[in-house]
Design a protein around this ligand. Sequence first.
Ligand code: NAD
Length: 420
Amino acid sequence: MSKNKEFKIYEVVLSQLEEAANELNLDPQVRALLKEPMRTLIVSIPVRMDDGGIRVFKGFRCQHNDVLGPTKGGIRFHPQVEMEEVEALAAWMTFKCALVGIPYGGAKGGVLCNPKEMSKTELEKLSRRFIQALEPIIGPEKDIPAPDVYTDAQVMSWFMDEFSKIKGVYSPGLVTGKPRILGGSYGRDSATARGLMYVTREGAKKIGLDLEGATVVIQGYGNAGSFSGIFLRELGCKVIAANDSSGGVYNPDGLNAEKLRDFKNENGELQGYPGSVKNISNKELLALECDILVPAALENQINKENVGNINAKIIAEAANGPTTPEADRVLNKGGTLVIPDILANAGGVTVSYFEWVQNLYNYYWDREEVDQKLEKVMVSAFNRTNEMAEERGVTFRTAAYMVAINRLTEAMAARGWVEL
Ligand code: NAD
């Protein structure tokens, strides 16, 4: 989905890893193990379509590193899925899980298809055949998929059902992001944004930003973006602008984040949102002066072309890889606190972990318990990152990687993968 051919997403991962590895003077064996994904499976998935013909879809599952536990990561269904992108997202999952201290490695998967043009029956057949193809390498103790772009609780239910049939064992722990009736957790749908809200709150404390009336701009008002708007508004912030792929809306006096979400859910897009708003382009939105900017759409959004126009005190990365390494350097030099994706959006995988734990125990928590546990995980990951950043005089992103790499290194040494 990295539309710009010049943009090599795995190189972004390598550059971020390299910076932290150099700072840590990292052992070359560990460096080599973290640079390459452990395994990528490429599969062909034949599906009989509604017109009676067979179509063969291509799919990937990448498991980047499993030193800390079974691998974990979403599966996306999208017409522009690329193997390199899946591998980059899998690597980010490895660092994210290690940073927040949950016992998982990183994985990601994707199938090249356009779900918007497929019937429900075709989508179900594709989902089941994909799980048949992945079956040898996935499972509650091996690799646990989750929803991602254009996959949802329904797709997860088909995955789980197919796997349970193959194994002859009811296996809710195969996937997370399931409906609650099949063992889904409270709070999973909004967990990424809730986690982002906790770390943004801590970031604001760090830089002395009063959140009462603090202005927020959100790029990509989908799941992560809209819940971020709603939760930040609960903290007293004022969402002044938001957009999606159809366009953007701006009101310096503040937008009602919930009404905006409801409008988008009912109409499928923000275009046409009524009320006193000015319509703005994506370029204008990113250039707005604000306290907090939340990129929640795609990768490569803040880059060397537009970084000079960015005017925010905090950037909280809900999306994976929204800021390129060049832009990151400019922002850090200019004093913007960039809360990196592997920290800012880690709430999603954290509550996925809670879902899996509940499935394995077959004992379920209420919403309050989930939220409290999430807050604890996110605040302590923020504090570990902050301590590292202050102690070593590095950016928040490099500090987050350093914390993660230290844990990965310790586990590799303990398991005898490397000798230090
Ligand atoms: P989503 O599909 O619900 O929302 C994405 C939104 O971005 C959509 O509203 C879309 O219209 C908008 N968009 C697309 N292109 C755009 C553009 N050029 N300009 C402005 N808006 C644009 O997806 P999501 O689940 O909210 O995920 C968004 C990002 O957050 C992705 O990078 C994803 O990997 C990351 N993320 C999500 C979760 C989660 O739990 N949902 C967890 C971790 C990371």
